[in-house]
Structure formats: structure tokens, C-alpha cells
Design a protein around this ligand. Structure first.
Ligand SMILES: [Zn+2]
Length: 368
């Protein structure tokens, strides 16, 4: 990637891939099963999203990676021309309490209970069939809080699996449409283990680096400490991806530490529950105070929902369970997060990122 501006450790950059390029800091909406819930790829294009995430684990179980491949691969299957990134399934699998051994992981399908086996090699192959622009390696994500022994085993396996994924990906790399491969750093909230995991992942060598196993319920200062211990060990010319963070304050705190890209289901999940993100903090649309409120979700927002409909109307749709409410509020919340990333980028370029970070923290502290 090309870093175009910095302010402290914060970076504005351009990541180049076989498909083209995307600007950072970047937020990637999550299309778990091949769609961002309640939206389609035209909506995402209108929002200006540049990278959309899909979950290998879910696509592998339904409809199956072979089906995605035979229907033209992820881009054609979902009708999305922008960048795509597939996760490895490691996080989903580990949250199900599977059986992990040195060679891979075995779990029961959430759909039919069938036994499914993942190895670093099979996950590379599955993502190859899906055909996203960016693949993630299979990692071992320890559930926090975890004992030092559990964290140590997770770091060891993650490092060994990173090497196996790298070698397998390189063997398959004869394709012209080369997919990027990102490694993943683990280590829980232990700064020493984080630094070691970062160094060992970098030693394998990847196109970018995920920082996994955080934002899983640990206190925010512990997450930031783990990040601060990780980022200095990552190469400056590769994107750094903090997995699973999407709240405005957390995004800007991580950008301040040098993170470039993010994914999170929270903005769209919150939307479906009536929580609206605004630059003044979040509002609960279900509150009776909005029943006859003729104002938009957020003053000055140019998104589809805000340009045309009132809080009162959207609150009504939400209250009676109309899926249109999920779509429109999701559009707004994604517009908000994507705009925050654009604003962060512009602020870094103009040397006023720390002011944006301070004002955002203040707005969310008073209204959250
Ligand atoms: Zn809006």
C-alpha cells in the first residue's frame, strides 16, 4: 500500500490489489452469507463502500463454495464489482467451541450438525473457489479471558498455520487473478504475546495483516494496549486490519494507533434494532419522543434514508416490523461509518485528525 499522509501513527493510504485500489482508513460492511443483511450490492455501491466482507464459514456450509464458483465466483454471484474480502472462518468456528488440534479444526455445522473439518490448506482452497480479492488465513482465536497457556497454544498454532497457508497459497498461485493473502496476529490482551505473534506472522510474509481476537468483550483499554503492542511490528507498506471493530470511538482510537481497515456487523445489527448512529452520538429510534418527529435520522446526512424520510416514519416501520425499516436505517448507519472513515482520511491529510478524534469521543461520551 501507499501511505499518502500520516498524523502521528494514523495513516491515510491507498491499497492496491489485482482488482484496483481502495482508500484507507476503510470500513468494510459485512455480507455474512453473501449479502449485507437487508441490503444488496446496488445499495452498497450507492453508499460508496469499497470493500465488502463475506464469511467463508457460512458460504462453505450454504450454498457451498462449489456452487459459488459455478455461479461465477463471489463478485458475479453477489453482483458486486468492488473489492471483496473473505474471512477464514476461524472466528466463527472458535466461537462454536470446536475441537482444535495441531492440524486443523473440526466443528458441527450450525445448519444440519454435520461434521466439518477445516485446515489451513482447505481454507485457502475454499477461498480460492469463492474468489474474493483478499483471503484471510485460518487462525486460532482464543476466547477471552484466557489463561497464558491457552493464549500460548493459540499463538503457536496460528504461527504454524500461517506458514502452511502461505505455502499452499503460493502453490496455487498460477492463476492470473491473484488473490491477496492476509495473515492474522493473535495473542489475546498480552502485549508480549501480541508482539511475538506479530513478528512471527510478518516473518512468514503476507500482503496485509489482520489483528484478530480483539473486541470480544475485553475492556477497551486492554484492546488498545494489545493494538499498541502489535502495530509497531507490522511493516509500514502493508495494510493493517483490525477485525470486528465498528463503533465510532473504537474506530478512531484504532486509526490513531495506525490501523487501516475494519469490519463489523454492529452498524447494521444496531440499525435493525432501531439504534441510529449520528455525529452527536446514538439515538434510539424506538423512543416515543421520535413518534411525530419530522426530522431526518441525522441532520446534514445525504444518505437515501435521510434525504427522503422522517424519524417518525422510520420509527413507525420499525415498530410494525416492516423490513423496509431495516434497510433504510442500515443504509444510514453504514453511510455514517463510511463517512467517518472518509472524514478521518481527510483529517489525517489536513493534519487535524486528533481534533476529529477528540470531538467524536466527546460526542459519544455524552450521548452514548
Ligand atoms: Zn442518513
Amino acid at each position: 500500500m501507499e501511505v499518502v499522509a500520516t498524523e502521528g501513527a494514523a495513516r491515510a493510504g491507498t491499497v492496491r490489489t489485482a482488482r484496483g485500489s481502495y482508500a484507507t482508513p476503510a470500513f468494510m460492511p459485512v455480507g455474512t452469507r453473501g449479502a449485507v443483511k437487508a441490503l444488496d450490492s446496488v445499495d452498497l455501491g450507492a453508499l460508496g463502500a469499497e470493500v465488502v466482507l463475506a464469511n467463508t464459514y457460512h458460504l462453505m456450509l450454504r450454498p457451498g463454495v462449489g456452487t459459488v464458483a459455478r455461479l461465477g465466483g463471489l463478485h458475479r454471484f453477489t453482483g458486486w464489482d468492488g473489492h471483496t474480502l473473505t474471512d477464514s472462518g476461524g472466528y466463527q468456528v472458535h466461537s462454536l467451541g470446536p475441537s482444535v488440534d495441531d492440524d486443523g479444526v473440526t466443528f458441527a455445522s450450525v445448519y444440519d450438525g454435520d461434521r466439518v473439518r477445516l485446515t489451513p490448506e482447505s481454507v485457502v482452497e475454499a477461498q480460492g473457489l469463492i474468489g474474493a480479492d483478499i483471503q484471510m488465513v485460518l487462525d486460532v482465536c482464543a476466547t477471552l479471558p484466557a489463561s497464558p497457556d491457552v493464549l500460548r497454544v493459540a499463538v503457536e498454532r496460528t504461527a504454524a498455520w500461517a506458514g502452511r497457508a502461505r505455502r499452499h497459497h503460493d502453490r496455487l498461485e498460477a492463476r492470473p487473478e491473484a488473490q491477496a493473502l492476509f495473515g492474522i496476529v493473535q495473542g489475546g490482551t498480552d502485549p508480549v504475546l501480541r508482539a511475538e505473534s506479530a513478528q512471527r506472522t510478518v516473518a512468514v510474509g503476507f500482503d496485509g495483516y489482520g489483528i484478530g481476537g480483539l473486541s470480544v468483550g475485553e475492556p477497551r483499554p486492554a484492546m488498545l494496549e494489545a493494538l499498541a503492542a502489535t502495530v509497531p511490528h507490522l511493516p509500514a507498506d502493508r495494510p493493517r486490519y483490525l477485525m470486528g471493530v465498528g463503533d465510532p470511538v473504537g474506530l478512531l482510537e484504532a486509526v490513531a494507533l495506525g490501523v487501516d481497515q475494519f469490519d463489523c456487523v454492529a452498524p447494521t445489527r444496531m440499525a435493525r434494532h432501531g439504534t441510529v448512529l449520528t455525529r452527536h452520538g446514538k439515538i434510539n429510534l424506538r423512543n416515543a419522543v421520535h413518534a411525530e418527529d419530522d426530522s431526518p435520522l441525522e441532520d446534514g446526512c445525504g444518505c437515501l434514508a435521510c434525504s427522503r424520510w422522517s424519524r417518525g416514519y422510520l420509527r413507525h416501520l420499525l415498530g410494525v416490523g416492516e423490513p423496509t425499516a431495516w434497510r433504510l436505517v442500515s443504509i444510514h448507519n453504514l453511510a455514517f461509518v463510511l463517512r467517518l472513515m472518509s472524514e478521518a482520511r481527510a483529517a489525517i491529510v489536513e493534519g487535524r485528525f486528533s481534533a476529529l478524534r477528540a470531538s467524536t469521543s466527546e460526542a459519544w461520551a455524552t450521548r452514548a
